[in-house]
Write a protein that binds this ligand. Structure first.
Ligand SMILES: Nc1nc2c(ncn2[C@@H]2O[C@H](COP(=O)(O)OP(=O)(O)OP(=O)(O)O)[C@@H](O)[C@H]2O)c(=O)[nH]1
Ligand SMILES: [Mg+2]
Length: 478
């Protein structure tokens, strides 16, 4: 392949109608007509999918070039931005979670006339779980009266800075634009505002993503279609590992294995691809109707599980307690199923133990919890008893998740628990907890074969507290 091409996946997230699709379109169009794009612009918009993909390239900024000798001349390489346009509608949050897991940088699109809305907040929560970098885009500035425009932008910028203050994205850049000035009725000739500045900002924020070609190949497939005389193409983003021409790949949902006949990255044939790349894989004798979205992977590298032990962190914006035995929608990797939870913590003398990020210690004994322990779940009674409430919360807690139907997922994948049946107009955060899959239970009879190994004990005298726990629940958030 000519020149070095660095691909950065940028998510476009935000509340419904904030202008995400308009922004993706404006970025691709501006980049393709402006001086920075020498590459033929390429855009793919799915029809059956709700994630939209498009891409544009700029010359690789000097600071991202490998060394002084590589920086000279026109062949210095390209920085390719793949935009992942996520849906905004509340009912599509599963898709948004899927989209957020494949991005390196998130653009949170805010309608400047409305500010933070319910799904902007949910996107911010998802971003904090799945993403490292953020740019806030204040869109629709054309709707602000000209004489008050700058003042209104400054005011909203301050508001957003404040919102970010308590998140890991503190100090992230905030930029005003008008992706589609005049709205839907305006002629296509109307030039978007602030897009060149946004591209410069994206260039300055982009870093070369750390990509690891080792490990099993796993790709999130978002589109599948046939090409006459060629075969069936699956497009998607590689989540881990790498793939080469001629490799066997499995579609675990269908339990079929196919050989990679050819591959393309944005219309350019390639012989190999790795983590982070956006890829089309062509296979033969595979009916595209069987797969709209799903996973493709190294044969037998995923496991299908009935239950799991996961590390858990409560999402602070979720109102109410997390109760043992409650049912949640559980997103495991890229699938969402219903599941029942049981929370447990370290034994009280182990509360200060440093968290184990990627393993679970079966040698230890754990304490059963009626609910996830957090500041807002402590009863007043318990507070009174303790003179030092400060150190009362363990550094790590876990849950046993029991799924209503088996799920296929990679090891150590991201887990998000949510209450998606909450009224979407209720203006509450539906995302309840997140964590990492530490141990998947493949055996259907895990209650007999596996659970006895898990040493979770109950404190007898705690049983009397159960009734009072209801007091800490705010019923309207369920
Ligand atoms: N006035 C004005 N209208 C805009 C601007 N950007 C988008 N719009 C309009 O806002 C509406 C929504 O834009 P979309 O780009 O479809 O919004 P979205 O965020 O992709 O919406 P969903 O994908 O449904 O969540 C459309 O009617 C756009 O024409 C803008 O900068 N100014
Ligand atoms: Mg859209």
């Amino acid at each position: 392949m000519a020149g070095r091409r660095v691909n950065v996946n940028v998510g476009v997230l935000g509340h419904i109608d904030s202008g995400k699709t308009a922004l993706a379109r404006a970025l691709s169009t501006t980049a393709s007509t402006a001086a920075f794009d020498k590459q033929p612009q390429s855009r793919e918009r799915g029809i059956t999918l709700d994630l939209g993909f498009s891409c544009f390239s700029v010359p690789l900024p000097a600071r991202l070039r490998p060394g002084p000798e590589a920086g000279a001349g026109a062949g210095a390489g390209q920085l390719q931005f793949t935009l992942v346009d996520c849906p905004g509608h509340a009912s599509l949050i599963r898709t948004i979670i899927g989209g957020a897991q494949i991005i390196d940088l998130m653009m949170l699109v805010i309608d400047v006339t409305k500010g933070m809305q319910t799904q902007s907040a949910e996107c911010l929560v998802i971003g904090q779980i799945a993403c490292q970098k953020l740019i806030v885009v204040l869109n629709k500035i054309d709707l602000l009266a000209e004489e008050k425009r700058q003042a209104a932008i400054d005011k909203m910028t301050k508001k957003m800075q404040k919102t970010l203050e308590n998140t890991k994205f503190r100090g992230s850049p905030i930029i005003p634009v008008a992706a589609k000035p005049g709205g839907p009725e305006a002629p296509e000739t109307e030039t978007p505002q602030g897009i060149s500045e946004l591209i410069e900002l994206l260039k300055s924020q982009a870093s070369i993503p750390t990509r690891d070609p080792s490990g099993s190949f796993l790709m999130a497939v978002d589109h599948c279609f046939s090409i006459k005389g060629q075969g069936t193409v699956m497009t998607g983003t590689i989540l881990s590992g790498s793939v080469n021409l001629g490799d066997s790949v499995e579609i675990p949902a269908l339990k079929v294995v196919k050989k990679v006949k050819s591959m393309q990255m944005f219309h350019t044939p390639v012989t190999s691809a790795m983590q982070g790349d956006r890829l089309g894989i062509c296979v033969t004798q595979f009916d595209p109707k069987l797969l709209e979205r799903g996973l493709a992977c190294t044969p037998e590298s995923l496991h299908t599980i009935h239950a799991a032990i996961v590390s858990v962190k409560k999402i602070p914006y979720f109102r109410g307690a997390l109760q043992t035995k409650a049912k949640f929608h559980i997103t495991v990797g890229h699938e969402t199923v219903m599941g029942r939870v049981m929370f447990f913590s370290p034994a009280p003398d182990q509360f200060d133990c440093e968290p184990l990020e990627e393993t679970f210690d079966f040698g230890k004994e754990y304490l059963y919890q009626e609910q996830y322990l957090s500041k807002d779940s402590t009863t007043a009674e318990e507070d009174k008893k303790s003179d030092q409430p400060v150190e009362k919360w363990p550094k790590q807690q876990w849950a046993l998740l029991e799924f209503e139907k088996p799920v296929t997922c990679p090891k150590l994948c991201l887990v998000i628990g949510s209450k998606l049946d909450t009224d979407i107009h209720a203006n509450t955060c539906r995302l309840a907890f997140h964590g990492k899959m530490l141990q998947g239970l493949e055996d259907k009879n895990y209650t007999e074969t596996f659970l006895p190994k898990l040493k979770v004990y109950k404190l007898k005298h705690k049983e009397g507290l159960v009734e009072r726990m209801d007091l800490t629940l705010t019923p309207r958030s369920f």
